[in-house]
Every structure is written in structure tokens, then in C-alpha cells.
Design a binder for this molecule. Structure first.
Ligand code: G3I
Length: 388
């Protein structure tokens, strides 16, 4: 069924006016830790309940594109480097560390009252080519690889000591199968064994004892339907904690696609399960992709996606809001034209809160309404004296 554009516009108008009411009613009382931040921004509303709302920042655009930079500064109170803290960016040539772009992001964050999520210390992707080449041609042995990894984690965490709020220490180690398990074919696991995950946390903790150390992965809060991956990750993190490994949190990336089912209540329950086991939790890379006309304009081809896309964002935010230990909600990429999605999923896009022209979409409004509701609650009903 195709909804007519007129109907859609009408529904959108109702939703927007609801948001306007929230914005107007909160603007008089909302305040923010940062003076130029609008009182109805995501960050100002989230800060009312101690939640950090963030985005993945592309350092090719920050301080280059004014619109992009303004949104990052005004809407978010935590930032994640999209790429510049990954190993291939930090050490493109062995032994020559390049912290420049990452330092620039940390400086921006400090100037704008934002906390930084460090991303990511150990992942199978975006490893420098000198390392993968050396391992595959045998000039780097497994014993040397272990020392090189330890050095990398120690160097990077030490460089940013005291400046990183949460580190994604280990990223995407589990299979997508049912049952799920630590992937035996993962680059790190196949060379160094499963014990390397605990060691990575120990090395990071030794370098910065105050940073919150996270295990980060996708589909680990019920998104796979079976809950198999969430169960496997839960088993690992609880075992690590029992063994005294310094692990503080679990990050669920939250990369959704409107063509698959998704249960916000299951996400809430899975987040709460990690929380009940003593972990902080975070939504670390939220986006919701759908099929679009082309990668330039990114107009959804199914009108119902205009409802499904913001709905799934809203459900993720509500899941986070329901869990006290959910301390941050990060969106992966600022707007649709800068999203990683069209480059990876052919025919898909429209995954972020802002369109290709940097205009806020319904998903932005829905998160704003969710946060305003959490910050201020619903207004108390008008009384009727006859019945009291
Ligand atoms: O740096 C090179 C540059 O030198 C070269 O000219 C250019 C040509 O394509 O490529 C540049 O590298 C790109 C890199 O981003 C930096 O811009 C890579 O091709 C590109 O593949 C890479 O994509 C990133 C992707 O991780 C890599 O796996 C995305 O921007 C980034 O959004 C994405 O983020 C990941 C999270 O870290 C982990 N979870 C999944 C998420 C989405 O894939």
C-alpha cells in the first residue's frame, strides 16, 4: 500500500507540532552546561537525566563544513571518532604514531563540553597494512604480534590518558550464527587465541585506570531475532568479570535496517540483563537504514519506511532510557550524505537523523520528544473539582 503524499504530510505536521509544543514548553526552563547550546537540543534535553547523546565524527568535515560542525557542537555532548582512532590511522607506518586528527577531535570535545568515546583498540578491520602483510608473509610471528598489539594498546591509551570517557577495547568478535561464539577465524583469535580479549582489557586498564572499558558489537541486544549473539556475549562478559578482568561496559552498536524485524522491548530487556550483571551499557552506533531511490538524494522508495525509520530510532532510545545504566546513546554519522551505509549496502541509505541537505528528519524530532519526555515528564492533568 502506498500512502499519498498529502496524508504523509498531514501526519508529519501533527508530529512536528507535538515536538514544537515540547520544545516551547521546555525552552523556558531547560538549561545547558554549554552556553550556546539550544535548550531544545538533544544534548540539553539528555543532560537533564545525565544521559550523553553522541555522534560519530568524520575529521575530514569537522571544522571544515560549518553546518556539519554546528550540528556536532550543538546537538551532542559526547563524540566518537568515526575513523581517526583506529589503528591504521594512528600508525600507518610502523613505529610512526600519528595522533594529530584524533587530538583535534579531543580538543574540539573539550572546548564544547563533550566527552569522548574512544573507538577502537582491537578489531579485525582497519589494521595497518604493514601489520597484516607481516603476519601473512611470516615476518611477524604470533609472539611478536602479541607484543605489537600490547604496545599499540599501551601507546594509544597512554597518549589519551584522562581524556577518554569510554574505550571500545574489543570490537566485533562474535559470529552471527545460532548459536553464536567467539569467531575462531577472527584475525586476532586465529593468531593469539581467545585469551587475547581479556589481555586487551588488562593492558588498557593498566594504561588508564579511570577510563570505562567496553566490549562493543552489533546485534547483541536482540536485533538478530534469536538472541543467540546476545546470549553468547552475555556469557563472555560475565565470565570475564568473574575472573576479575577490568571490563566496565557493553556497547550495542544498533545498526538497524527497516526490512528486518526489531523489538524495542527485547533490546530493553537485553540491556537490562547486562546492567543487572554489573555493566554499564551504551548504544554506540545507532542508525536505521532503508531502501532509497539513489545514493545522492536518499529518498525512501517505500513510504512506510518514513514511519519505520524514525520508529526504530525511537524504540532504541526508549530502550536506553528505560535502563538506568545506559549512559550514552551515540548515532553513527551526522547526516545521510556522510553515512557509511550507501557505500556498503547497495540501494540503501536514509540511515541518520539529518537528510542529505542537513535538515532534521522525523527521527530527530522523535528522539527530541523522547528526551523531553524523559527530562520533564508529561504535564500533570488538569483537575476537575467536582470529582475530587
Ligand atoms: O583512509 C583511506 C583513504 O586514504 C583513501 O583515499 C580512501 C579511498 O576509499 O579510503 C580511506 O579509508 C576509508 C576509511 O573509512 C576512512 O575514510 C575506507 O575506504 C572505508 O572503508 C572506511 O569506512 C569506515 C568503516 O568503518 C571501515 O570498516 C567507515 O567510515 C566507518 O563508519 C565504519 O565504522 C564501523 C565501526 O568502526 C564499527 N562498527 C561498524 C561501523 C560501520 O561499518
Amino acid at each position: 500500500m502506498q500512502l499519498s503524499r498529502r496524508k504523509l504530510t498531514g501526519i508529519a505536521a501533527v508530529a512536528v507540532s507535538a515536538a514544537t509544543v515540547v520544545a516551547v514548553s521546555t525552552s523556558a526552563i531547560a538549561s545547558s552546561s554549554h552556553s550556546r547550546v539550544p535548550s531544545d537540543s538533544l544534548r540539553a534535553l539528555a543532560s537533564k537525566i545525565g544521559l550523553r547523546v553522541g555522534n560519530a565524527v568524520n575529521m575530514d568535515l569537522l571544522n571544515v563544513n560549518a553546518t556539519y560542525t554546528g550540528i556536532v557542537a550543538n546537538q551532542f555532548n559526547t563524540v566518537t571518532p568515526e575513523n581517526v582512532m583506529k589503528w591504521d590511522a594512528i600508525e600507518p607506518t610502523q613505529g610512526q604514531l600519528n595522533f594529530g586528527p584524533a587530538d583535534a577531535l579531543v580538543k574540539f570535545a573539550q572546548q564544547h563540553g563533550q566527552l569522548v568515546r574512544g573507538h577502537t583498540l582491537m578489531w579485525h578491520n582497519q589494521i595497518p597494512s604493514w601489520l597484516t602483510t607481516g603476519v601473512s608473509n611470516g615476518t611477524i610471528t604470533n609472539a611478536q604480534l602479541r607484543n605489537i598489539l600490547k604496545q599499540h594498546i599501551t601507546d594509544e591509551v597512554t597518549h589519551f590518558k584522562g581524556k577518554i570517557w569510554q574505550w571500545d577495547v574489543a570490537n566485533e568478535f562474535f559470529t552471527d550464527s545460532n548459536p553464536s561464539m567467539i569467531n575462531p577465524n577472527d584475525f586476532w583469535i586465529s593468531h593469539l587465541g581467545t585469551g587475547i580479549i581479556a589481555d586487551a582489557f588488562r593492558w588498557a586498564h593498566a594504561a588508564d585506570p579511570h577510563a570505562l572499558l567496553f566490549y562493543n558489537d552489533y546485534n547483541i541486544a536482540g536485533e538478530d531475532g534469536s538472541n543467540a549473539k546476545a546470549d553468547a556475549v552475555y556469557a563472555m562478559v560475565t565470565q570475564l568479570k568473574k575472573q576479575g578482568v577490568p571490563i566496565d561496559g557493553v556497547g550495542d552498536q544498533g545498526h538497524l535496517d527497516t526490512q528486518y524485524g526489531f523489538s524495542g522491548t527485547r533490546m530493553r530487556d537485553d540491556l537490562q540483563r547486562y546492567a543487572n550483571a554489573g555493566f554499564r551499557v551504551a548504544i554506540t552506533e545507532a542508525d536505521v537504514r532503508t531502501f532509497v531511490n539513489n545514493s545522492t538524494d536518499q529518498v525512501p522508495t517505500d513510504n512506510l519506511a518514513l514511519f519505520a525509520q524514525p520508529y526504530e530510532f525511537d524504540q532504541m532510545m526508549k530502550a536506553c532510557l528505560a535502563v538506568r545504566q545506559c549512559i550514552s546513546f551515540t548515532i553513527w554519522d551526522v547526516n545521510d550524505s556522510n553515512s557509511w551505509v550507501p557505500g556498503v549496502f547497495a540501494g540503501e541509505g536514509y540511515a541518520t537523523l539529518y537528510d542529505v541537505n542537513y535538515q532534521p528528519k522525523q527521527a530527530y524530532t522523535d528522539l527530541q520528544v523522547d528526551l523531553a519526555g524523559a527530562a520533564f515528564g508529561a504535564p500533570h492533568r488538569v483537575g476537575d473539582s467536582h470529582f475530587h
